[in-house]
Design a protein around this ligand. Structure first.
Ligand code: BGC
Length: 532
């Protein structure tokens, strides 16, 4: 396939991350170079040309640190080393150098809200974690200190026989929560940040950045106002979604810590932070955490990620984008439609599908839509192929959250299946940790590379064109009423550059738009200046 070259002005602008598109890699499922059934860092290095061909500006790699993998790397045992499953620290050096040679930034994923229970701190420095006595709840029952619940099910407190106390975990019991009220914990964490800054990475995705602090008084969370909707991407009835999370996360002390983190970041050139926010009031939080120059560069939340099968409407896009820009004029948003925690957007937003199907036209439209939004953009591996969510059998599940909620929800494995590089199974895919659905082979990189009209080649053309369009990278966004909830229309404008107008039919049906004849086709889109 021929790669079209456009002038890239991104490097002439300060703050490279504004308007950048970052490709998210879930290394376990990206490219396995040694036939272990699990992808590795060498696999990422091997595929850097492919990634660069997508017209993206950098990569975010989910955790590859030493870990017992109870939550697939989000339970870290050693923050300064690579898990042997993924390779070695030398492999990461090589990856970083190669990525930089190709002009790709590298963002790593730092998980500080908790560690693995196998982290030496958990044994040697219990004061780094949150411990509390239980209480008598009546009828002779001795139970947890308060009503906090874990996102992954059950109480957020686990009894430790040895210490005769409970410890806090917002996720699995194997992920004890770090106690940020302890200044030594803050110092340790900042030392880890420094280690990676010195190493030369370009920035960090900060896992659940609003979970660092808990209420010191351990007050009970109140019942949830139903208006708030679900508290997680699982939209069913779930104890976590029955509380308003005002005491177990998003505490005011967090802002002071983030300030310290930013002061450290500012000692290095051009580095970047994006925080993941999981909160009942995500916009307020994001605005607080990114205001001015003292906090994070940007945050993203679950607004365009959450839920299961949905009918995409213009309000679903317009509301969060507009709310964010109006809330804090100086803040910079980030947007993602898919990631390793949610149902792939190609299926989630498929008008007529069963939650596991897809429509190539929709997938192309979603790439164009993401590329036109104002903010830093995250594209998840396989999104460029239009991969649908994989349907798995109970015996195939690996995600503890999915196993807990089956059959109401299969959890997160459906978006974590291996990247289909080839059009047919081979030795590598046969032994993989998760199966590859037949449909994914039809959408493989090998197949789509050869087809000029494929989603993959569309992504390449669109994203490389986008890089040359200042209004799309840095410009303002203004929505225009269309009088039809399925049609989204907005303009992007920047400093005297010709305005770009974008129009999308978000539905899988023909739609009437103004006086235009014929009606707009399903998933039709038009963007000023972009011609296929
Ligand atoms: C990560 C998840 C992880 C959780 C706990 C999240 O937001 O993206 O994959 O399970 O944090 O670390």
């Amino acid at each position: 396939m021929q790669h079209i070259r456009y002038t890239n002005f991104m490097n002439d602008l300060n703050e490279w991350w504004r308007g950048a598109c970052i490709y998210q890699i879930y290394p376990r499922s990206f490219k396995d170079t040694n036939n272990t059934g699990i992808g590795d860092l060498k696999g990422v290095t091997e595929k850097l040309d492919y990634i660069a061909s997508l017209g993206v500006d950098g990569i975010w790699i989910t955790p590859f640190f030493t870990s017992p993998m109870k939550d697939f790397g989000y339970d870290v045992e050693n923050f300064r080393d690579v898990d042997p499953m993924f390779g070695s620290i030398e492999d990461f050096h090589e990856l970083l150098d190669n990525a930089h040679e190709k002009n790709l930034k590298v963002i790593i994923d730092l998980v500080f809200s908790h560690t693995s229970d196998q982290h030496p701190w958990f044994k040697e420095k219990p004061e780094y974690y949150v411990w509390a006595d239980g209480c008598h709840v009546g009828n002779g029952v001795y139970g947890p200190p308060n009503n906090w619940v874990s996102l992954f099910g059950g109480s957020a407190w686990e009894w430790d026989e040895h210490r005769r106390k409970y410890y806090l975990h917002n996720f699995l019991k194997e992920q004890p929560d770090l106690n940020f009220h302890n200044p030594d914990v803050q110092k340790e964490v900042l030392d880890i940040v420094k280690f990676w800054l010195e190493f030369g990475v370009d920035g960090f995705r900060l896992d659940v950045v609003n979970f660092y602090f808990h209420d010191k008084l351990l007050r009970n969370n109140p019942p949830r106002d139903p208006e708030l909707g679900a508290a997680t991407q699982f939209e069913g009835e779930d104890p976590y979604s029955m509380q308003e999370h005002i005491y177990d996360k998003s505490q005011p002390e967090n802002l002071d810590f983030i300030k310290k983190l930013r002061a450290l970041m500012d000692q290095y050139d051009d580095r970047f932070t994006v925080g993941e926010i999981g909160d009942d009031h995500p916009f307020d939080r994001a605005a607080e955490y990114t205001e001015g120059h003292d906090y994070l560069n940007t945050c993203y939340n679950m607004h365009l990620l959450g839920g299961q099968k949905k009918h995409l409407t213009s309000d679903m896009i317009r509301e969060p984008v507009e709310t964010f820009s109006e809330l804090k004029k100086g803040s910079w948003p980030s947007w993602a439609f898919s990631n390793h925690d949610v149902v792939r957007a190609a299926s989630r937003w498929h008008w007529e599908g069963d939650g596991f199907s897809h429509e190539p036209k929709l997938s192309k439209m979603l790439i164009a839509l993401l590329g036109c939004l104002r903010g830093t953009l995250f594209m998840y591996q396989g999104e460029e192929l239009g991969l649908p969510e994989a349907k798995l059998k109970y015996e195939e599940l690996k995600d503890p959250w999915g196993i807990h909620l089956w059959p109401e929800w299969q959890g997160r494995d459906g978006c974590r299946t291996p990247m289909p590089w080839l059009s047919a199974p081979n030795e590598e895919s046969k032994g993989a940790w998760l199966p590859t659905p037949a449909q994914h082979y039809e959408l493989s990189v090998e197949t789509q590379d050869l087809d000029d009209n494929s989603i993959l080649n569309f992504t390449r053309k669109f994203m490389s064109w986008r890089k040359t369009q200042k209004p799309l990278i840095k410009g303002n966004i203004k929505f225009i009423n269309t009088g039809n909830g399925n049609i989204l229309r907005f303009t992007r404008s920047y400093d005297g550059e010709p305005e770009i107008e974008a129009l999308f039919n978000l539905s899988g049906e023909y739609q009437k738009f103004e006086e235009l004849e014929p009606e707009l086709e399903p998933y039709y889109f038009k963007i000023t200046g972009f011609n296929l």
